[in-house]
Design a protein around this ligand. Structure first.
Ligand SMILES: NC(=O)c1ccc[n+]([C@@H]2O[C@H](COP(=O)([O-])OP(=O)(O)OC[C@H]3O[C@@H](n4cnc5c(N)ncnc54)[C@H](OP(=O)(O)O)[C@@H]3O)[C@@H](O)[C@H]2O)c1
Length: 511
């Protein structure tokens, strides 16, 4: 790995939760692994008045609590913190940017960071226009060989719908060029998600099967085992479709379904990903009524403890129609995937926290062996586990030793944790390092974000405007509304239920 250029990472929203729990702990882990350049600095920025010392103290707590390596390398925290600084700033105060510019110049001079600035907007999305605008007004967006590079990372949500998604892109492009923009989707930073590319394009055994001739259907699940946890106010303005489907699930779909890129370069991979999104078959009225299911969790006993329903959560309208669950079926209209249904689902308060892609292969054309409780002819599946317990599982049938031809499904199981010598970086470690290196492969491009909004917009419109649009309740702790089972229409095929066959699968589940 080449080390990134010397630079300053400027985190807007530095007094917030994401900085404390994810960003600075990930930066510390990079520091411990000597992945940061020789001269680097972190400048935290937000309205709260804090001194450098107070900010460092807070970050130290975050590192100890949330970083991968903090506990084993506590002695290194004191070596890391001197490169962490803080600058109070109200994004609406133009004068505050003058102070910011002066501070950046001072850190450059003290730390040798050469005018390379990576901005990270970890703020409410309402500030995504004003911050780039003010940076530009103070020429803090300009890059040249003698002034260093300037890049900007933006956290989701990238808009609220197609119109605002487009407007956001337009606003950002007024002040930064597309190749300076890094729209982060932390799902794409997960090792197994990137491994999808390797699984598919480095293994002669999988790629020939990766198409409509051999794949029956594809299932992608991202579930959470908790509710909105006090963030009901935020979630009311979002919901599962905007929070998970428009970004994470469609981006993972694009990686599963894309054509081989011509090179492993960012532009090449992103070009193939967007083609998948462009090939999503537009949803018809029939699809909206029958193939998109929305649900909302209701009060129930979860793991022996009574929990409240979504509508009883703080900050939530008692008549709220915001979805905490979405399941849908759709098609990708291209040569590779013609006729292969894709099923995706996501929800809060489901039985476990898991993200996995399940490739269901077609059965043999003729069934020689009788189905039994341990075997079925259409049992060949490849499970790509994104979290937790990252890894892959291939299920296939073998003969049970002894007389006759009794068949049993068995698993070939790979866990990343088995690579004991290999450190698996967190998604934020990987993505921050990529942005420092100017590698946008795992970041979403503006046109891909708009294309994804374009696909989900009819759902938003239908749910908002059609009084007939159904919202199904589901008890917290269940796998969502029963009606979602009917999406996968054949009687004998339904969703894979992670944890149901825990011992058999040998994949860890959080219960
Ligand atoms: N937390 C997560 O795990 C997570 C995951 C995915 C995406 N995100 C996204 O990441 C972003 C940050 O999330 P968060 O959880 O850290 O939010 P948060 O805890 O509410 O923090 C927001 C930050 O923005 C700052 N801020 C607000 N108004 C400001 C202004 N006018 N000028 C300067 N700073 C201002 C706040 O600091 P002051 O009040 O001190 O100004 C605070 O530091 C959000 O867009 C969120 O959707 C978060």
């Amino acid at each position: 790995m080449t080390k990134p250029d010397n630079h300053i990472l400027v985190i807007f929203g530095a007094s917030g939760d994401l900085t404390y729990r994810k960003l600075v702990p990930a930066l510390f882990d990079l520091f411990v692994q000597k992945s940061l350049p020789e001269n680097s600095a972190i400048l935290g920025v937000s309205r709260t008045k804090l001194s450098d010392a107070a900010f460092r103290e807070k970050m130290k707590m975050g590192i100890l609590k949330f970083s991968n390596l903090g506990k084993d390398h506590e002695d290194k925290i004191d070596a890391f913190l001197p490169q962490v600084f803080y600058q109070p700033l109200n994004t609406f105060e133009a004068d505050d940017y003058i102070h910011l510019k002066e501070r950046l110049g001072k850190i450059d001079a003290e730390c040798g960071t050469e005018g390379n600035y990576l901005y990270y907007l970890s703020t409410p999305p309402s500030l995504y226009k004003i911050i780039p605008e003010n940076l530009a007004q103070h020429k803090l967006n300009r890059q040249a060989s003698n002034t260093g590079w300037k890049r900007i990372i933006i956290e989701k949500p990238f808009g609220y719908d197609l119109k605002t998604g487009k407007a956001l892109n337009k606003d950002l492009l007024k002040f930064f060029k597309e190749d300076q923009l890094y729209r982060i989707d932390h799902y794409l930073g997960k090792e197994t998600v990137q491994n999808l590319l390797v699984t598919r394009f480095a293994n002669g055994i999988f790629e020939p099967l990766w198409n409509r001739n051999y794949i029956h259907h594809v299932e992608i699940t991202t579930s959470e085992s908790i509710g909105v946890e006090g963030r009901g106010g935020y979630y009311e303005g979002s919901g599962a479709l905007r929070d998970m489907v428009q970004n994470h699930l469609l981006q993972v779909t694009a990686l599963v379904a894309m054509e081989p890129p011509t090179t492993i370069e960012a532009a090449s991979i992103r070009n193939e990903r967007i083609k998948v999104l462009q090939s999503l078959r537009p949803l018809t009225k029939h699809d909206l009524e029958h193939n998109v299911i929305r649900g909302q969790y209701t009060a129930a006993k979860v793991r022996g403890k009574q929990v409240i329903g979504y509508r009883e959560e703080e900050g939530v309208d008692p008549d709220s129609r915001t979805e905490t669950y979405v399941a849908m079926k759709f098609h990708i209209d291209n040569w590779r995937w013609g006729g292969v249904p894709f099923y995706i689902r996501t929800g809060k308060f489901l039985p476990t926290r898991v993200s996995e892609v399940v490739i269901h292969f077609k059965p043999t054309p003729q069934s020689l062996f009788v189905d039994n409780k341990d075997f079925c002819n259409d049992g060949n599946i490849l499970v790509i586990r994104i979290q937790p317990d990252e890894g892959m599982l291939l299920k296939f049938g073998v003969k049970i030793p002894g007389a006759g031809f009794q068949v049993k499904n068995v698993n070939m199981n790979f866990h990343y944790s088995d690579l004991q010598e290999t450190y698996v970086p967190s998604a934020y470690e990987r993505l921050l390092l990529d942005a420092m290196n100017g590698d946008a492969t795992l970041y979403a491009r503006g046109d891909a974000v708009e294309t994804a909004w374009n696909f989900v917009q009819p759902i938003i419109d239908y749910w908002e405007n059609d009084p007939e649009a159904k919202l199904h309740g589901y008890p917290a702790g269940s796998w969502g509304p029963d009606v979602a089972d009917q999406l996968i229409e054949q009687k004998e095929i339904t969703w894979r239920y992670p944890c149901k066959n825990l011992a058999e699968d040998g994949i860890y589940c959080e219960l």
